[in-house]
Design a protein around this ligand. Structure first.
Ligand SMILES: [Ca+2]
Ligand SMILES: [Ca+2]
Length: 226
């Protein structure tokens, strides 16, 4: 069911664990912590993956973190920020946001605008073709199209500049690129929808099981229960 993604393996030097550099000097992806993987919060499940919303986890419920910190908190649990590959998964996340009155969340969605993304004609123009899920390096459908198999386009039709998303609006304000994908809850009177947002903003987040990290911890910790 999950073998059909178009992987972007040439996008980044495929990470040796813990070695993938962030865009801020000195910040790295975190290694999973086996004990935390074993006892990770399993708030709900979908197609074999466990998920949790940080606002529902003791110790995390008041945390608002930037995008990379969100990834790293998830990764300690053998998870990553949520990647929304199907309309069913998106509907589930939208329902979570709606029923809990969540203002916004981080996802693992990221614009390929860093080192390794140059000279990729298939990613141009970036605002349409340059987005992918960091958790598994799967491409996101062109942002101006209804994704294949979906009945709607999850990107908002409006935002700060009253233009459809992604609009990279903050770049015009302070020169910061909106390189990370957040689901916002009616911030622009637009219902629950996807937005490109600058990655330094601090938000709650949803974690989803990472098969890559679970397999890594399983293979290096014989007998561990995950
Ligand atoms: Ca997913
Ligand atoms: Ca935006």
């Amino acid at each position: 069911m999950k073998t059909c993604y178009i992987f972007l393996f040439t996008l980044v030097a495929v990470p040796s664990f813990g070695q993938l550099r962030s865009n801020r000097p000195g910040r790295f992806l975190t290694l999973p912590v086996p004990e935390k993987c074993s006892s990770r919060p399993k708030e709900f499940a979908f197609r074999g993956h466990n998920y949790f919303y940080s606002g529902h986890v003791p110790g995390l419920s008041n945390r608002r973190v930037d995008w990379l910190d969100g990834r790293n908190i998830c990764r300690e649990y053998c998870m990553d920020l949520v990647s929304i590959e199907s309309q069913e998964e998106n509907n589930m996340i939208f329902r979570l946001i709606q029923s809990n009155d969540v203002p916004y969340i981080w996802t693992s969605g990221r614009l390929c605008d860093f080192k390794g993304c140059e000279n990729r004609a298939d990613l141009e123009p970036k605002s349409l073709y340059g987005w992918f899920w960091s958790a598994n390096r799967a491409k996101i459908s062109p942002t101006n199209q209804v994704p294949s198999g979906w009945g709607y386009n999850p990107w908002s039709q409006t935002g700060h500049k009253k233009q459809r998303q992604p609009d990279n609006a903050e770049f015009d304000i302070n020169g910061t690129t909106e390189s990370c994908l957040s689901v916002l809850n009616n911030v622009y009177n637009d219902g629950i929808a996807w937005h490109d947002v600058a990655c330094y903003h601090e938000k709650p987040f949803v974690c989803e099981d990472s098969e890559e990290l679970l397999n890594y911890v399983a293979s290096t910790n014989p007998g561990i229960r995950l």
